[in-house]
Design a protein around this ligand. Structure first.
Ligand code: HEM
Length: 414
């Protein structure tokens, strides 16, 4: 009956649409679990199976994932803010007031963007610490550590360029101080500063440059590096774990013939090189549920913090009246503190040496003992050195933030 067929078409429509998107029902077999990760665009970023250790919350504390989610939330809230913002010295501050006064959820949106940006700087730093203290930068992950350091620097720069956009006193003077630090570099310092500001002082050209860097260049650069970072995690055999042992790393030359397997053919055997089957679990559902949990937690904390605390907005820019002291954003206050002792060494010399040493860490520290475990005894010296690095830098930031008053004199915060 034609009417019958027409009715079936209508009643079956939802199922046909669903099946066209999700090719398999919820999995009940190992093959189904493998297919779920393998055939879904978003899930196939993951391997079909991961080492059990990957799911241990106290190993990664989900920090890399939290950084990823914060970045996605920043992109989303940033895009919405772009509908209202105008990068002009005549309009930017008024737009901030409009956001507060006449845009539905405008303040909340701005709070979310601001707190997520601060949180991302902190979380990426903590993620770097976790990678170091678990020895996860060692072969074969040396290059991913280097990609990570680049991501850390880009994260700082993205946060810094966003800081100027509200065009209030806090923004203006923080960027004036921050960019004057860049000017201390020998030979190229002033040229670099001019390139960044488009002028000799912070003004319209700087606002436009910071805006373009903040909304286009840096997000694209970070996205590209995050993609490479994730791809390398897969190629380096998943996350580090203690079973990796101390065997030397075999690196296959791309010129040598290598045997390849279809992943589906593997699902009953060990997928991770060197791992026995008992040590692995299917990504579906264990890993995905853990990731969903981290996502929900990240969003929930950000929502609560953004409801409770407002992003600062001070008086409009007054280029004739610097606050005393004029402070850089908090993550550069360690640099500003060092600059108060020596402009060149504090602003350029020591930070450059620190970054170069950090980049070289995996190439200098070649032993494989202690990988995959927090504070392994075999890595005592490396851990002491890195802890000293962390304590010194965090202390400098704390001093610059809380213990410095007018003319950068020492004040007690109590
Ligand atoms: C935008 C910044 C970053 C994002 C979004 C990011 C994301 C991630 C994610 C999701 C993971 C896997 C889960 C985890 O370990 O928590 C990971 C692992 C890793 N990350 Fe990052 N990361 C970033 C920055 C960094 C930095 C600053 C470093 C180090 C300097 C770094 C080095 C590594 C390494 C070596 C691994 C593999 C760890 C292992 O095998 O145990 N990443 N990253």
């Amino acid at each position: 009956m034609p009417e019958h067929r027409a009715l079936n078409l209508v009643t079956d429509l939802p199922r046909h649409v669903w099946d066209s998107v999700f090719r398999h029902p919820l999995p009940e077999s190992d093959l189904g679990r493998a297919q779920t990760s393998f055939t879904n665009f978003f899930l196939h970023l993951h391997p079909v199976k991961v080492h059990k250790h990957t799911l241990k919350a106290t190993y990664t504390f989900g920090l890399g994932l939290i950084a990823t989610f914060l970045f996605l939330l920043l992109a989303f809230t940033g895009l919405l803010l772009m509908f209202y913002y105008v990068p002009s010295t005549a309009q930017a501050y008024d737009r901030m007031l409009d956001l507060r006064g006449s845009v539905a959820f405008g303040t909340f949106l701005r709070n979310m963007h601001r707190w997520a940006a601060h949180a991302m700087v902190g979380v990426v730093f903590l993620h770097m610490c976790r990678v170091f203290f678990t020895g996860a930068y060692k072969a074969p992950r040396e290059f991913n550590w280097v990609v990570g350091i680049s991501l850390f620097l880009l994260t700082l720069f993205a946060s810094f360029t966003g800081y100027l956009l509200p065009w209030d006193q806090l923004a203006f003077w923080a960027i004036t101080v921050g960019t004057s630090i860049a000017g201390y570099a020998p030979l190229v310092g002033q040229k670099m500063k001019f390139l960044l500001l488009g002028d000799y002082a912070v003004g319209q050209e700087a606002l436009l440059r910071f805006y373009v860097l903040h909304v286009a260049a840096l997000p694209v650069a970070i996205t590209s590096l995050v993609v490479i970072h994730f791809w390398r995690i897969r190629k380096d055999g998943g996350l580090s774990h203690p079973d990796e042992g101390v065997a030397p790393i075999e690196r296959k030359s791309p010129l040598l013939p290598t045997k390849t397997y279809g992943v589906m053919g593997f699902v009953r055997g060990p997928i991770l090189k060197g791992a026995d089957d008992d040590a692995t679990v299917f990504a579906w559902p264990d890993l995905f549920i853990a990731e969903l949990f981290v996502f929900v937690l990240t969003v929930a904390v950000l929502l609560v913090v953004s409801l409770m605390f407002g992003a600062p907005l001070e008086e409009p820019v007054n280029a004739m009246h610097p606050p005393n002291p004029a402070k850089a954003p908090w993550y550069f206050l360690g640099l500003q503190e060092m600059v108060s002792y020596s402009a060149f060494w504090g602003g350029i010399g020591i930070p450059t040496i620190e970054v170069v040493i950090l980049l070289l860490v995996p190439y200098l520290d070649r032993g494989r003992a202690g990988v995959g475990r927090w504070f392994a005894r075999q890595r005592l010296l490396a851990n002491i050195l890195f802890t000293t690095f962390v304590i010194v830098n965090v202390s400098l930031i704390v001093i610059g933030t809380f213990f410095r008053g007018p003319n950068w004199t020492f004040v007690s915060p109590w």
